[in-house]
Design a protein around this ligand. Structure first.
Ligand code: GDP
Ligand code: ZN
Length: 340
């Protein structure tokens, strides 16, 4: 299988006269993208006139694009024919939200479409970051939740925490209370016995959500519980380059029965937080009132005398789980910096 070769835009081709449609990018590769429209997948090239806003990646999963349909007669529901071209992408809408992850600076694997030299856009235009965790098996991973909370804050998405497997153990009420205090919403559920599933469906209805969470917490089981025919609706698409290597694993888009969608995208699993350690406390908003009163204004809240954050933690005014999470994340960030 090889990358599509687009026969279009020979001199004289006029895209203006072609029918247009709007769709969502589910995968992209050098020179083209797979655009989803009305459940169908269109293999598209990028028009020469396409211009992305300065300094931003041209296309990402979740982008809303306008496509000039080139050969509607040949549009086919499967993508086995990678030589075909269904359309040309003319433009994309401005992005509402953006989830990015840092990526290595090493030149070789650098993504030419990246937002900046060290960020790779994972997905755009999602309203909700749907974080799935479980009460046990695997045990609740607070570190992961802290990271996703930061990603949601940076990307302006609403964080929603689903605590699955309530049939195995009771969710820790402190975890939920903390998450809610930080601006999130919490939905306990059991995907195997159906408890809480309707409430999740209701909340996600009409929204675009991106799925996150450790392996084994029950993400697939939840999707199948929310969407009875999810298997049928899934469209995993993998594009191979001419060496047969996977260049881009496409996002899987699940349409919700009552409108909206859940996007499961591979990049999210490696989400890492790349921040200046000095900025990290900003993403722990509950520390702010105390941090303002620390003796040193460059206090790292790790060891300093006169640190009000440490005092608040010791007095139980700041959650010890969150304070310890802060310390761990800070160490991870510093260690990751050292490796670069
Ligand atoms: P994913 O890796 O997050 O997609 O997790 P899966 O959906 O594949 O689920 C991992 C395992 O957990 C499977 O064996 C599921 O049957 C099981 N599982 C999922 N949801 C629940 C639940 O609510 N309760 C229990 N007891 N097991 C569950
Ligand atoms: Zn301090």
């Amino acid at each position: 299988m090889k990358l599509p070769s687009f026969r279009l835009e020979a001199p004289g081709d006029n895209l203006d006269n072609l029918p247009k449609l709007e769709g969502m990018v589910v995968s992209f590769f050098p020179g083209g993208a797979i655009v989803r429209h009305d459940g169908a997948m269109l293999l598209c090239g990028i028009a020469k006139t396409f211009r992305a806003a300065e300094g931003s990646s041209p296309l990402a999963v979740g982008d809303q694009v306008t496509v000039a349909v080139t050969r509607p007669d040949q549009a086919s529901p499967n993508l086995s024919d990678m030589d075909r071209s269904d359309g040309m992408i003319l433009s994309r809408r401005p992005r509402r939200t953006l989830l990015a992850r840092p990526q290595p600076r090493s030149g070789k694997r650098r993504d030419p479409h990246a937002q900046s030299a060290c960020e790779k856009v994972i997905v755009v235009n999602m309203d909700i970051l749907l974080i799935v965790a479980s009460t046990s098996q695997p045990t609740f991973n607070q570190g992961l939740i802290d990271r996703f909370l930061i990603a949601a804050q940076r990307g302006e998405m609403t964080p929603i925490l689903v605590i699955n497997k309530t049939d195995l153990a009771r969710p820790d009420p402190n975890i939920s209370a903390e998450f809610i205090e930080l601006g999130g919403e919490v939905f306990p559920c059991s995907a195997v016995n159906g408890t809480g599933i309707d409430a999740i469906s209701d909340r996600l209805k009409g929204h675009t959500s991106v799925l996150a969470g450790a392996s084994g917490v029950g993400k697939s089981t939840i999707i199948n519980a929310i969407i009875p025919n999810a298997q049928a609706a899934t469209n995993p698409v993998r594009v191979k380059d001419n060496r047969g290597r996977h260049t881009t694993a496409a996002a899987v888009v699940y349409d919700l029965p009552a409108g909206g969608m859940i996007v499961d995208t591979p990049g999210i699993r490696e989400l890492e937080v790349r921040l200046d350690p000095a900025q990290l406390p900003w993403f722990f908003p509950e520390f702010q009132p105390f941090a303002l009163k620390c003796r040193f204004n460059n206090c790292t809240h790790t060891h300093e005398p006169g640190c009000e954050v440490i005092r608040a933690f010791e007095a139980g005014e700041i959650s010890s789980r969150r304070y310890k999470g802060y310390l761990r994340l800070r160490e991870d960030i510093i260690a990751a910096k050292g490796r670069r």
